[in-house]
Design a protein around this ligand. Structure first.
Ligand SMILES: Cc1ncc(C[n+]2csc(CCOP(=O)(O)OP(=O)(O)O)c2C)c(N)n1
Ligand SMILES: [Mg+2]
Length: 324
């Protein structure tokens, strides 16, 4: 008998496949819109990194909390954001999650327990740790996750948060999406020490190194970490090795990368990998996967239409939603 990838039920595998395809196609549309000059500011695309967003979020309950990074569209979608309202926000439109005020870099949504994308490198780490402290004090059994890049591993606040989380056994997952670069600089040129996982181990936090292009591996590690956190045993630090196809921001020509390195990572594409595994296990055939792709394409096209049909925020509304 053929076993399914990760021993997961077929409907769950197809759901995570669709979720990754949605992120990939969503980001492709954002890239096109950015190239056409209709998006205010820079956008940082996560195509290539879908397995971390989806693999982690698929292990969470709806009321578990996430805090994202500047490369956060995938985290938002994986946590349940609707493509249309997210696209509207990225385009700075009234129908967006934050009424067009945040754009790509600060979109948040209380309904999906998303504390938001974040323009500050490492900025989501103390937010998620605070959410975990709140959950622990209130006894809600919620878990919090922060997603951050390898570049955040040189930010002091990350270690302050890890220390506090370890001392107080807070229910938080520190998820590093290690794509090998911070802006245009390779991690090896800026991060001292022998291993990235050592940065969690020093606090006695379980710190697995994970193939972030393998959604089954990410999901397995996430399930273990979530169970540990929810059971009161404290934080985990997951270093997921992954790759950003689009460079630092949409339009980055990536002249600082080696061609062989690019080709080697492209061969590990997380969506193609899961597709191969699903076909080999008999969970789906190619035609069924293609149909999912077409279904996602119409969802993303509808999201772009929805966003473009929404007006820009009215200047008369400028001071609403302002607390002080
Ligand atoms: C505190 C802070 N320092 C510097 C910057 C400028 N900056 C924006 S993104 C970035 C690189 C982040 O790299 P990484 O954390 O690896 O995330 P990636 O972009 O690779 O996903 C930097 C330095 C910032 N936004 N915030
Ligand atoms: Mg990086």
């Amino acid at each position: 008998m053929t076993t399914t990838p990760g021993g997961m039920p077929a409907h769950e595998l197809l759901a995570i496949y669709r979720a990754m395809v949605l992120i990939r196609q969503f980001e492709e549309q954002v890239r096109r819109l950015a190239a056409a000059g209709v998006i205010p500011g820079l956008v940082h695309l996560c195509a290539g990194q879908e397995a971390t967003a989806v693999g982690i979020c698929a292990a969470l309950a709806p009321d578990d909390v996430i805090a994202s990074s500047h490369r956060g569209h995938g985290h938002c979608l994986a946590k349940g954001a609707s493509a249309d309202r997210l696209m509207a926000e990225i385009l700075g439109r009234q129908a967006g999650y934050c009424r067009g005020r945040s754009g790509s870099l600060h979109v948040s949504d209380a309904a999906t327990y998303n504390l938001g994308t974040n323009g500050i490198v490492g900025g989501g780490v103390p937010l998620a740790t605070g959410a975990a402290l709140s959950a622990k004090v209130r006894g809600t059994k919620q878990v919090a996750v922060c997603f951050f890049g390898d570049g955040a591993l040189n930010q002091g606040i990350v270690f302050e948060a890890m220390n506090m989380a370890a001392i107080w056994a807070l229910p938080v997952l520190f998820v590093c999406e290690n794509n090998g670069y911070g802006e245009y600089t390779a991690i090896a040129d800026v991060a001292a020490g022998r291993s990235l996982t050592g940065r969690g181990e020093v606090f006695d936090i379980p710190s697995p190194m994970i193939d972030g292009m393998d959604i089954v591996a990410v999901h397995d590690a996430a399930r273990i970490a979530v169970e540990r956190a929810r059971g009161g045993s404290g934080p985990s630090f997951l270093v997921c090795n992954t790759w950003r196809y689009g460079g630092h921001h949409a339009g980055d020509k990536q002249g600082y990368k080696d061609r062989d390195e690019i080709a080697a990572w492209e061969a590990k594409d997380p969506i193609l990998r899961l597709a191969r595994e699903l076909v080999a296990a008999g969970v789906a055939d190619r035609a069924a996967l293609d149909a999912i792709g077409r279904d996602v394409a119409s969802e993303v096209k509808a999201a772009v239409d929805f966003a473009r049909a929404s007006p820009e925020p009215d200047i008369a509304d400028l001071r609403s939603q302002v607390f002080a």
